[in-house]
Design a protein around this ligand. Structure first.
Ligand code: OGA
Ligand code: ZN
Length: 323
């Protein structure tokens, strides 16, 4: 481009667009008015996060965003509605899905290909011999996010229920955005510490050693909560200057208490054939202990990237634009 490039004569076309003749070469460009509106300064378009996250608490147990598998696979509009619920609530259920093993990978395909981790492309949540994760026991799990020890933890987690006949094992979900905002309101000093102090997360087994250091609460440029990393099972020793150690441990404890507040906990019992999907960088998940002697419990899980979800929504919106 010429270094002295400048707009020359400017006019409005018959179609209502903008026509610019550029100096010094005389090249003519036409700009569509919709395109100009979309790219005007100060527009929020293109924000990385869900346009309007809808936060929730215990009441979601009775109002879980959900759709039927048959509906979303036969009607693009229904799939779009369901994916928008997932984007905005950070959680959704799909009912009456095929109960075959590995269906979780084809269900992920409604959004995009699964993202593999050190636990594989998919993982089996079962009570196992010699487990390399406490998820693979019958123990209860406190609410956590998966893989905060990765530089980029997986975005969306899918859990597909194949069997759930054991006593116990109900799922517990907590909106991390709601929890972090509650901490900010109740204990602002703890919130400031957790959003500004990196914490060590690490996972080790015979094959992997994956570590990352990041704050439990990440904020975006506007100061809104953008991400939560919280998982005592993969936390390293707390490292902090001696004079800040006590405050940091108390802040972690305060956040853990907020996360265990029954008013924030959504309890949900997965039925065989149901798929639960949630934003793993926002929503914490856990489960009640179960008794494997009373019946089988088998979930299969995998992860997909947020880019795939947002892309899928945009492509579906081409056929069904927002009113
Ligand atoms: C997991 C997990 C929860 C469950 O596999 O990451 O937390 O309900 N499982 O078993
Ligand atoms: Zn988990």
């Amino acid at each position: 481009m010429p270094p002295d490039l400048d707009a020359g004569p400017v006019s409005i076309t018959d179609a209502g667009g903008l026509r610019v003749q550029w100096r010094p070469e005389g090249h003519v460009s036409d700009y569509d008015s919709d395109w100009l509106r979309e790219h005007r300064g100060g527009s929020d378009e293109g924000s990385q996060l869900a346009p309007v996250p809808v936060t929730w608490g215990a009441e979601l147990s009775k109002a879980m965003p959900a759709a039927d598998y048959g509906e979303v696979t036969s009607d693009h509009g229904a799939l779009l509605d369901w994916l928008r619920l997932l984007r905005d609530f950070g959680i959704a259920v799909l009912r009456d899905t095929p109960r075959e093993p590995l269906s979780v990978l084809t269900l992920a395909g409604l959004i995009g290909p699964a993202r593999a981790t050190n636990f594989g492309e998919h993982f089996d949540v079962l009570s196992k011999q010699e487990p390399n994760s406490n998820a693979y026991t019958a123990l209860g799990l406190l609410c956590h996010t998966d893989l905060p020890n990765w530089e980029r933890p997986p975005d969306y987690q899918l859990l597909h229920c194949l069997e759930n006949d054991a006593e116990g094992g109900d799922s517990i979900l907590v909106d991390g955005f709601r929890a972090a905002e509650t901490l900010r309101a109740q204990e602002p000093a703890a919130f400031r510490l957790l959003s500004g102090t990196p914490i060590d997360f690490r996972f080790q087994d015979s094959e992997s050693d994956i570590r990352f250091r990041a704050p439990a609460i990440a904020l975006d440029e506007a100061g809104s909560v953008a991400e939560v990393r919280f998982n005592f099972a993969v936390m390293g020793a707390v490292r902090a200057p001696a004079n800040r150690m006590g405050a940091l441990c108390r802040a972690l404890r305060a956040f853990a208490e907020v996360i265990r507040d029954p008013a924030l906990e959504c309890h949900y019992r997965l039925s065989p054939g149901e798929l639960l999907i949630f934003d793993n960088r926002r929503v914490l998940h856990g489960r009640a202990a179960f008794d494997p002697t009373t019946g089988a419990r088998h979930l299969q899980g995998c992860y997909v990237d947020r880019d795939q979800l947002f892309s899928r929504i945009r492509v579906l919106e081409r056929a069904a634009p927002l009113q």
